[in-house]
Design a protein around this ligand. Structure first.
Ligand code: BES
Ligand code: ZN
Ligand code: ZN
Length: 489
């Protein structure tokens, strides 16, 4: 599906259907011209009135905030996607910033149009081929064509990156092994001249003493891969390193998950998949950062060769870890990957992304990611900038009482907490043990366990993988780049 900007009045654009937003209950606006006496707000249509005979759909929207726009265009798209129409038109609804408003509206359309239908014998493809946006504005603003076009272009890039991540996460575990992830990363580097890829196998992991990562892999028939992608811009403001949890399947290992909890664990590779999407998006947008993605790819399986509760692992950093539960495997893989990322890449900003804990989902709900780290400034800056993407983020603070809970009698630390409470934060504190002093304030941990996989479709997210983390991080980086540019002018 394509979205085009048309420099004509909305009435002069030919299309099979029209979308009209009713903003802040303003039924007397010139765009809302044929509702007559119809009481839109008593009508039980959840803010949507679809009139196929008039080839129009009205969608109520509170205000022109970015997320309201994004959700409204997704709602409109979802309501008309089954109709036999090829083209749709909509006026311009721009809030404070034209570029960002266009970006948000177009993201809503493109993200909502995503489908994973590879395994359906009858593939229902989207019928809508193009969406035409008029430059005629709701507030009669003069729309700067170049700004609007940049917004539309960015939305296409962000949606492509998000949908690339969604495809990886939705792929089944039989197909999507660590080797397949390595192949996808390699292909990404072959498609973009400014992306490089290095793939490290089990022998390399052994030579690097990445024993925690290797332990998680032990009972899998698929060898592990440490995947390193690098995007080089023309000019770099900062070296940013993303580390992603890439559990292509998490059965729980010998501390086996119950059947209901194991289902959807193909999505335990969401952190790594998001890091790949970010590299792709950043390269396409030509963001001024040197960006690395370090992906720890393995399965967590059962078998005679499995690592066991009671084992003690000596990690790459030298810290010893008592394994009390083999289902707390993500932090073991990340411990070694984070240590590798620091010593090999010397990051100026280090962000790990992981579907790390069920506790984060219990605490924050299925829509919100947890943001952790040691720098209050960095965490709140990330939350503020990244929230503009529409992703929900909450900062979770570490404290010394929770730190006590991962002490071990036999090793330096235990891989699980001694308490049933505070599991998202104790997992974050576990990772902090592997962050060296000089990187403490430059590190963020994002627990995306809640939003990464959507059980029931909402807004612009169909059921299945959401691509959580991709938009949040790309918006954050875009804002950092803009701030830098402003500072220079
Ligand atoms: N991959 C899971 C976390 C998860 C749970 C992600 C639900 C998405 C949805 C992780 O490896 C795990 O199993 N964590 C355990 C940790 C526990 C054993 C301390 C958990 O959260 O139950
Ligand atoms: Zn697990
Ligand atoms: Zn896991």
């Amino acid at each position: 599906m394509n979205v085009e900007l048309i420099d004509k009045k909305i009435a002069d654009i030919l299309a099979d259907y029209e979308i009209i937003f009713i903003v802040d209950k303003n039924l007397s606006h010139r765009f809302v011209d044929d509702l007559g006496e119809f009481d839109f707000y008593s009508y039980k249509g959840d803010g949507v009135l679809n009139l196929p005979s008039k080839r129009r759909i009205y969608v109520g929207i509170k205000n022109l905030d970015l997320n309201s726009l994004r959700l409204a265009s997704a709602t409109a798209f979802n309501a008309i996607k089954e109709l036999n129409i090829k083209s749709v038109k909509i006026a311009s609804y721009s809030g404070d910033c034209v570029k960002m408003s266009f970006e948000a509206i177009v993201e809503g359309f493109l993200l909502a149009s995503y489908k994973f239908n590879k395994y359906k014998s009858e593939k229902k493809e989207n019928k809508i081929e193009k969406i035409l946006i008029s430059t005629e504005d709701y507030n009669s603003k003069k729309i700067a064509l170049d700004e609007a076009q940049i917004g539309i272009d960015h939305a296409h890039i962000i949606a492509e990156a998000t949908n690339f991540t969604r495809d990886i996460v939705n792929e089944i575990p039989e197909i999507y092994t660590p080797q397949k992830m390595a192949e996808d990363a390699k292909n990404l580097s072959l498609s973009y001249a400014n992306i490089e890829c290095a793939i490290h196998d089990e022998n390399y992991l052994k030579s690097q003493n990445m024993n925690a990562f290797l332990a998680v892999n032990k009972a899998s028939i698929h060898p592990p891969r440490l995947i390193h992608l690098k995007y080089t811009p023309k000019q770099s403001i900062k070296r940013v390193v993303f580390v992603g949890k890439g559990l292509t399947y998490d059965s729980g290992g010998l501390s086996l998950k119950p059947a209901d909890y194991m289902l959807t664990m193909k999505s335990d590779k969401s952190g790594a998949a998001a890091a790949m999407g970010i590299i792709m998006g950043a390269a396409k947008m030509e963001l001024p950062f040197e960006i690395h993605a370090v992906l720890g790819a393995t399965e967590n399986m059962i078998g005679g060769n499995a690592y066991k509760p009671d084992d003690v692992l000596i990690t790459r950093s030298g810290v010893s870890v008592e394994v009390k539960n083999t289902d707390a495997e993500g932090r073991l893989v990340l411990a070694d990957c984070l240590d590798w990322a620091q010593s090999e890449l010397d990051p100026e900003l280090l962000i790990d992304m992981a579907t790390l804990t069920g506790a984060c989902v219990v605490g924050l709900g299925e829509y919100t990611s947890g943001v952790m780290g040691n720098s209050y400034e960095l965490q709140s800056e990330f939350k503020n900038y990244a929230s503009r993407s529409g992703e929900y983020l909450t900062v979770l603070e570490f404290n010394d009482h929770l730190k006590e809970l991962i002490k071990s009698d036999i090793a330096d630390i235990s891989n699980i907490s001694s308490s049933r409470y505070g599991g998202a934060i104790t997992a974050g504190i576990f990772l902090d043990k592997f962050i060296k002093d000089e990187y403490k304030d430059r590190w963020l941990h994002l627990d995306i366990a809640g939003p990464a996989y959507v059980n029931k479709a909402w807004g612009y997210n169909p059921a299945g993988a959401s691509g959580a983390g991709v938009r949040a991080c790309l918006y954050y980086l875009q804002k950092l780049a803009r701030n830098h540019q402003k500072g220079q002018n």
